[in-house]
Design a protein around this ligand. Structure first.
Ligand code: IDC
Length: 337
């Protein structure tokens, strides 16, 4: 009898051990501890606000990658961990350029781009961080140009990540070149239902005309179907000042949920000089309205918006303040203050 129970215990132990060994993600999943996602869970939109699963006001804050076709090396768990633990970030935005050389809809390697997205989503999930999959419309001017590809992309992404409550979908970064809000709406009203088939309540971000500045147009004529929608406002503090801040104020007062999914403190080229005075005014507004934001961009490219200094080649995190550019230091301070 004694031998029987010992054998049973040994057998049970062996089975449990081999299960743990084969499925480490089931037992060391970081959501089991106090990560942003473990605490706040699935997000939703309530009026102008992003709220957490308890219905409390919640602010996503973090960084955007540069184009993941060109800087895939920063999409890894070490980098994201440093952002979470040292910068107090709970968000990473994965920028998938659609046009341009290396873009998803031009000559880019789609398999590799989707693998990089997957690496980023998994790293964020392991760390209990939120992650935006950003369809980075820019030189294509209008999201209608690659609408078919967008429908296919978002259908597959939302199916793949349907059980992952940390994923937000940004369906067009910055329509420009005269693209109207009516055209963006037409596009959004096709893409949103496709995402909703698999992710009925994920937060979806919609770009606005004029490089995601004209939130006033979205405020006047919001998208009514789909729920949990927010509208992008992007700024570069040395270029965009009181006029754009006023648009934000008015859109907010009109009840429009605004998300700052990209910004920097230099000029709109991503380079040039930094305007600390304008940056401070933007920060004050962001904090006053509890807006969510992602700073452009996590890389060491030799331009003012890059968060790392050009000579810093480490891509797996562990950066100290001396590795950060002036923009990087500013953003880190904003997030940790
Ligand atoms: C810029 C990058 C730059 C890259 C360029 C490609 O910083 O290295 O060569 O894109 O076109 C945006 C865009 C964002 C831009 C950024 C700075 O969303 O893609 O990145 N910016 O110009 N909107 C306003 C500014």
């Amino acid at each position: 009898m004694k031998y029987h129970s010992t054998a049973i215990i040994l057998l049970a132990g062996t089975i449990a051990f081999s299960w743990m060994w084969k499925s480490p993600e089931k037992i060391v999943w970081a959501d089991a501890v106090e990560t942003p996602y473990a605490i706040h869970g699935k997000l939703s939109v309530n009026g102008t606000d992003l709220v957490d699963q308890q219905g409390n006001l919640f602010q996503l804050k973090g960084v955007s990658t540069h184009g993941i076709a060109w800087f895939p090396q920063y999409v890894n768990e070490g980098a994201f961990r440093t952002l979470r633990d040292d910068w107090n970030a709970n968000l990473v935005r994965l920028a998938v350029y659609t046009d341009e050389s290396g873009g998803y809809c031009t000559d880019g390697d789609r398999t590799k781009l989707e693998e990089t997205i997957d690496t980023g989503v998994k790293a964020a999930a392991d760390l209990g961080m939120y992650v935006i999959i950003d369809w980075h419309v820019l030189h294509d001017l209008t999201p209608l140009k690659y609408e078919d590809q967008a429908l296919d992309f978002f259908s597959r992404m939302s199916e793949k990540y349907q059980d992952n409550g940390r994923v937000l979908y940004e369906i067009c970064n910055e329509p420009n070149g005269g693209t109207t809000w009516a055209e963006i709406k037409q596009y959004a009203e096709k893409v949103i239902p496709v995402i909703r088939e698999h992710a009925p309540d994920a937060v979806i971000l919609v770009g606005t005309p004029n490089w995601s500045q004209d939130v006033d147009q979205a405020a006047e004529d919001p998208i009514t179907e789909g729920g949990n929608l927010m509208y992008d406002l992007h700024f570069y503090a040395a270029t965009h000042k009181d006029d754009l801040r006023q648009k934000l104020v008015e859109a907010h007062q009109a009840g429009t949920p605004v998300f700052i999914s990209e910004f920097s403190i230099c000029d709109a080229s991503g380079n040039g000089s930094i305007d600390l005075d304008s940056a401070q005014k933007w920060e004050d507004l962001i904090q006053a309205y509890h807006l969510s934001y992602a700073g452009w961009s996590l890389c060491n490219k030799n331009e003012a918006a890059s968060l790392l200094k050009p000579d810093v080649t480490e891509a797996n995190g562990g950066w100290t303040d001396k590795d950060l550019s002036e923009t990087g230091m500013w953003l880190k301070k904003m997030m940790t203050d």
